[in-house]
Design a protein around this ligand. Sequence first.
Ligand code: MN
Length: 458
Amino acid sequence: MPFADLRQFLTHLEASGQLLRIREPVDPQFEIAAYIRKTSDTGGPALYFESVKGSAMPVVGGLFATRRLALEAMGTDEADAIAAFLAAIERVSAPRLIAQGACQEVVKRGTEADLTELPVVTHCDLDGGPFITCAVALSRDAEDGTRNASIYRFQVNGKRRLAVLAEPPHHLGIHIARARERQEPLEIALAIGLTPAVLLATQWEAPYGVDELELAGGLLGEPLEVVKGVSVDLNVPAHAELIIEGRVLPDVQEMEGPFGEYTGYYTPAYPKPVMEVTAITHRHDMIYQDMLTGEPTTENHVLKMIPAEASCYAMLKSRFPGVVKVHFHGAGGVGLLGIVAMEPQAPREARSVLTTLLGAQGTKIAIAVDSDVNVFDVDHVMWAVSTRCQPHRDVIVMPPMLGRQLDPSAEGFGQYGLMGIDATMPHGQEFDQVARVPGVEKVPDLLALASKATSSAK
Ligand code: MN
């Protein structure tokens, strides 16, 4: 993981032609989100908005708009990504406390702090307001001492007020609930503009009590450097662009939402806990980072893929050695739709893989294919479903059970039925042979050749 901070990653993307600078002034209300939507839908570049109306600070977004960009962030390629992630979590390291960090070049305490100076983006047309969407929230439970670092959404409700959606079993939600039971505020710090290692680390589904910043150290190959917060007893990433410190109040709630969420639908407005800002610190020339979610596929979905796939691959592989690839497709919000490629070792083993995946991960629709099928190519997967699966024989349907929270078709909150589709060829039986053209891998990149021919003809 070669990037110690956000800037190193941006420099790499720009040098390799994967970052586009937008120089014309853009509006943080909808316009920035529209650009990120477009680059997400067209497999485009990461975006750097140099001039944002109403703020002195530039904005970057779409940094993980495509899987290619996420692989760039990891400094790896598709063939090695899962192994690289699994190796990183084997070498976690505690953050290293240093005396000074660029994230505190500018310090604004108390009433000097003003969220409305930041170029916080409003994304979808019915959203309840501007939302901070790419903040890693850091917290610690005063009683059990556990730390947590994860991405949550925060609605700007005033100069020093953010409404917080984080409910148990989410780990920040547990910290908030435990503090509320003690009638105490919960100290919290939001870190924005970080090395991609921290963002990827937060997407590992680590159990309660695991500090995701230690996993970030694993991905970085060295401890993440942190400094003491200026108004809270929490350590914050030293090389972040921006830190928002504050406390979640035990007895105050304000409206939060609606917000266009990762399933592609709005979640409704209702009262949520409030974070009161105690300080804002940032670099002199800070860059604000936004992240779009909503209708798949966006950077929010892509960011989750590799950690989720690594976690699931390790779980399945330990029980079913024939599993070769797992993909959580964006269409399912990275979770509801899982595709597994495998070399079945025994008759009906694919069914065991399917029910394990459905039971363990909150996956709603699981598809098993043979190892010759490309799990990232839904056309290819649906070819296998269409030609290797007999619905009356190979589809497993299970009654509603407790799964993920946001499926809008659920019959009760988080309760939905499950379906497994076995699209592997029957094990040990004759099956028609796939008709293949030999030598395709030897043919050069034809699009590149065509554009070369066009440019030399001019
Ligand atoms: Mn956690």
